[in-house]
Ligand binder design. Sequence first.
Ligand SMILES: *[C@@H]1O[C@H](CO)[C@@H](O)[C@H](O)[C@H]1NC(C)=O
Ligand SMILES: *[C@@H]1O[C@H](CO)[C@@H](O)[C@H](O)[C@H]1NC(C)=O
Length: 384
Amino acid sequence: MRLSRPLAALFISSSIPAAYAWGAAGHEIIATIAQMYLHPSIVPTICDILDYSPDDATTTQPQPCHLAPISTWADKFRFKMRWSSALHYVGPLDDHPSQTCLFPGERGWAGSRGGNVLDGIKNVTSLLEDWTRGEANDGTANEALKFLIHFMGDLHMPLHLTGRDRGGNSDKVLWSGRQTNLHSLWDGLLIAKAIRTVPRNYSRPLPYPDVEHALRGTIYDSYIRRIMWEGVFQKWSDQVPEWFSCPEATPASAGEIGIWQQVVMNWKRLSGGKQGVEIGPDTDVVCPYHWAKPIHALNCDVVWPKELDEPPYGGGIKFADEDDGEEDAAGRPPKPHPPLLELDTPKYAGVIEDTMVVEKLLAQSGIRLAGILNYLFLKDAARS
Ligand SMILES: *[C@@H]1O[C@H](CO)[C@@H](O)[C@H](O)[C@H]1NC(C)=O
Ligand SMILES: *[C@@H]1O[C@H](CO)[C@@H](O)[C@H](O)[C@H]1NC(C)=O
């Protein structure tokens, strides 16, 4: 078997502690699912806009052009574009899964105005709308489109929707005995296992030309076939039409919160807690807040293991800080390191696998991305 470029990328992305996004495989899978749903008449427009030159995307333009190779551009170039890093996630203040999930609570959102993934998606979508009206140049459209493809992926990664412990990056856990962190687990390791364990029957083409045409001969082709066959065409087929829809402009403001949460938040405010920023409203076509709300709730349901806040893994017991294995000045022996929680277990990973949570997020992300692109460029195709 040929070791494809995406395979190499998968391993690279799961071995570095990535602070950003689904790993390369996650973003490419999402983009590949989106590709299946693109209206054929908008593909040439997208090919024209996207710059695949090596400097820009470290890839050459595939024929026909495909969204997957540029889906990780925003991560690859984030060091050159530091201003953009806050646009990959959003942090509701006082949110603390698994005990308290607020999206947002009374104090609103952390960070600076406009600097979050919800506003980022609306921002780049509106830049692309400007382009369809001839009011933005091609360079702007190229970057906006690459950001949109990437941010729609990030929006569907639950740990990009909470600020706790840097989205789980600081939470050390075990995965099959190896140390990793909660964020990396969701970024790549769960997906890598799903790819490894996909049933063999998915190595055969499905009787769906749109699915097969979008696949590129990668190691995750079989996994995508499984997501489409078992998920999109069966398990979730009734829900898929709702995935696109947006309610009329939902404000991303304080939601319904319980009385105890109110008491705690009032106390925090009285004791000098800062008010957060506001996030702009959804539109009736692009509604990242509405889409993100149930994804954020997964943080309390399945993503954050409750044990992380209970002894012996967390809570109550005080352990030494990281790498503090030395005797202290008074000659006392080093304090023990906390044990790490294993998550490749039936109770954690097993539930995620059985309920196809990750697969559903990948599918929702891809289908919604295609919906936005069709909305943007079908209008354009109709006009010219
Ligand atoms: C998008 O973000 C850029 C950079 O932060 C800002 O200058 C611009 O006004 C924003 N555009 C919209 C439509 O929000
Ligand atoms: C592949 O096998 C699984 C059982 O392992 C079955 O549920 C599924 O429908 C099969 N897929 C196809 C495409 O035949």
